[in-house]
Design a protein around this ligand. Structure first.
Ligand code: ZN
Length: 177
């Protein structure tokens, strides 16, 4: 049975905590936790969700991009479960683009991220995966792996002037469509 997990909001210690490697991916409780995370990220129209955002200290996150009211320009992808991730290589170039976070409602920031990354991680079936991501998906990966290291997107901003409200952001995306 899938259930919607409670979201931790900025100010709660869990979002600033260190996480630990997942060693028993096959455990029933962990597999159920993954199902709950996937269900939750869809239910709240997120593009990704990391374990600390639902009060767990496991090194796991879900990427689940699809267009929504929160992110009208997001590409569509099937949810991917990313366990014990590492960024092995990244482009020299970065691009600034708008990000939000389920744990920081009402706020958007213009966040610089690497344009492309080469990563390794373990999937929910225990297979070691080497992969490369570019653009928006690379951005989601970098946002979510930050959560596993106690960071949020606000920590990556070049200036506080790159913070805007959700309502002003909605005007920007509407006019750029
Ligand atoms: Zn986030």
């Amino acid at each position: 049975m899938q259930k919607k997990l409670d979201i931790a909001y900025l100010g709660h210690d869990i979002l600033r905590s260190k996480t630990t490697r997942v060693d028993h991916i096959e455990d029933k409780a962990f597999q159920e936790f993954i199902d709950h995370m996937i269900y939750t990220v869809k239910a709240v129209n997120g593009l990704g969700i990391a374990a600390p955002q639902v009060y767990k200290k496991d090194r796991v996150f879900i990427m689940a991009s699809k267009p929504s009211e929160r992110y009208p320009n997001a590409p569509t992808m099937a949810p991917i479960t990313i366990i014990n991730p590492e960024i092995i290589k990244h482009s020299k170039t970065t691009t600034k683009d708008w990000e939000g976070c389920l744990s920081i409602p009402g706020i958007r920031g213009l966040v610089p991220r690497y344009d492309s990354i080469t990563v390794k991680y373990t999937n929910r079936f225990g297979a070691l995966i080497n992969s490369s991501f570019t653009g928006f998906i690379a951005r989601i990966f970098q946002h979510e792996i930050d959560h596993l290291n106690g960071l949020v997107f606000l920590d990556r901003l070049e200036t506080n002037k790159d913070i805007i409200t959700e309502s002003e952001y909605q005007k920007i995306v509407t006019t750029s469509l």
